[in-house]
Design a protein around this ligand. Structure first.
Ligand SMILES: Cc1cc2nc3c(=O)[nH]c(=O)nc-3n(C[C@H](O)[C@H](O)[C@H](O)COP(=O)(O)OP(=O)(O)OC[C@H]3O[C@@H](n4cnc5c(N)ncnc54)[C@H](O)[C@@H]3O)c2cc1C
Length: 335
């Protein structure tokens, strides 16, 4: 049996953007503001970023410390954060509302008929399945680094291949061994974070490899690479994954046609972010291209990495907090 509840604002995703939006809206006194998070802990990506780079120059913070401040601020403001709850799909309220009368949309087909007054989402968590309706919904589901499969890198399917986020979790959260010789694919800020994590775990960074003609990233990150003497191969693509059981190497090709093999037991595909937009797509909801947290569905807003994959954490937090104005405007126009 699916339980039904109603809140005033439902925020999907307790990362920096969602938490900042929830805190600002709860402070504004819009009623019940609830944040749903599929992980067991709130905080989003920063939860497992043990490196610095969060906070400000005058107040540097690690990721978990930064996430902790945002969680605290949201709770202090009166927002309710529920973890271990995955939002699955959009629900459609039947015209005559009664007990158990919410139907789930299939492949977004029914989403077209979603009534703005009763935006509904189906969820699954420790309490079992639920349908939560809301006057406004803020999507703050973040972004993900494209894994090897999405980058269409041919070859075998051995163990030892991660994204940057997976590497950070393996090292900092689960204390898992990651291998000894690591190739980092990418040369943007998150790639340097991955390289630093590899070295902190006691492994060697064989090389950083990027198809770009030069490395991106902050001066601080570039400086750290030089000091650690990590080789950087620019204009170079990973063209094949090698090895059975465990990764044994990656084949690379330089843009001038030269090719070779980098022997390694681990490869980390970093950056190249894409929006975590499955939920928006299930509802056939398009995010507005211009500035502002708008979508083409009245009452549904989008913020943070979902809207701009790859943005830094302070921009995501600012965007979440800034979205509160648009949500408030919507709520006031629909008392
Ligand atoms: C490896 C890595 C290192 C980084 N290092 C830095 C750094 O040093 N400095 C910096 O400024 N930025 C860094 N960033 C970027 C920073 O983490 C992002 O800018 C920020 O996390 C974006 O916040 P967000 O709230 O939009 O998304 P996220 O932090 O991704 O949060 C989204 C949340 O939504 C949840 N969610 C998604 N779908 C659902 C669903 N259907 N139901 C329930 N919950 C859901 C997710 O579990 C997640 O907790 C890094 C990113 C990565 C991947």
């Amino acid at each position: 049996m699916t339980a039904e509840r109603h809140v005033d604002v439902l925020v999907v995703g307790a990362g920096p953007a969602g938490l900042a939006a929830a805190a600002r809206l709860a402070l504004a006194g819009v009623g019940r503001v609830e944040v749903l998070e599929r992980e067991q802990e709130p905080g989003g990506v920063p939860r497992y970023c043990a490196h610095g780079g969060f906070g400000t120059w005058t107040r540097p913070l690690t990721g978990p410390a930064y996430a902790g401040l945002l969680v605290e601020a949201a709770a202090r403001a009166g927002a309710v954060v529920r973890t271990g709850v995955t939002v699955l799909d959009w629900a459609v309220s039947a015209p005559q509302r009664g007990a158990g009368n919410c139907a789930t949309s299939h492949d977004g087909a029914a989403a077209d008929t979603l009534a703005a007054e009763h935006l509904g989402l189906t969820t699954i968590g420790v309490r079992g399945p639920e349908t939560v309706t809301a006057r406004a919904v803020v999507l703050a589901t973040g972004a993900y680094e494209r894994p090897r499969a999405a980058r269409l890198v041919p070859g075998t399917r051995p163990a030892g291949i991660h994204t940057g986020g997976e590497l950070l979790q393996a090292v900092h959260r689960y204390r898992q061994p990651i291998g000894e010789r690591v190739v980092v694919v990418g040369a943007e800020d998150v790639s340097y974070v991955a390289a630093g994590t590899v070295r902190a775990a006691g492994a060697e960074v064989v090389a950083m490899v990027t198809e770009r003609p030069r490395a991106a990233g902050s001066v601080r990150a570039l400086d750290a690479r030089l000091r650690a003497r990590v080789p950087l191969l620019t204009g170079t693509a990973v063209t094949e994954i090698l090895g059975h059981g465990r990764l044994s190497g990656v084949r690379i090709r330089h843009r001038d046609g030269r090719s070779g093999v980098l022997a390694c037991d681990t490869a980390v595909f970093t950056g190249d972010f894409a929006a975590e937009d499955g939920l928006a797509r299930r509802g056939r909801i398009a995010l507005a291209a211009g500035p502002g947290p708008y979508t083409d569905r009245p009452g549904v807003f989008a913020v943070g990495g979902l809207r701009r994959p790859g943005l830094d954490v302070r921009a995501a937090t600012r965007e979440g907090a800034g979205a509160a104005g648009a949500v408030l405007e919507w709520l006031v126009s629909r008392p």
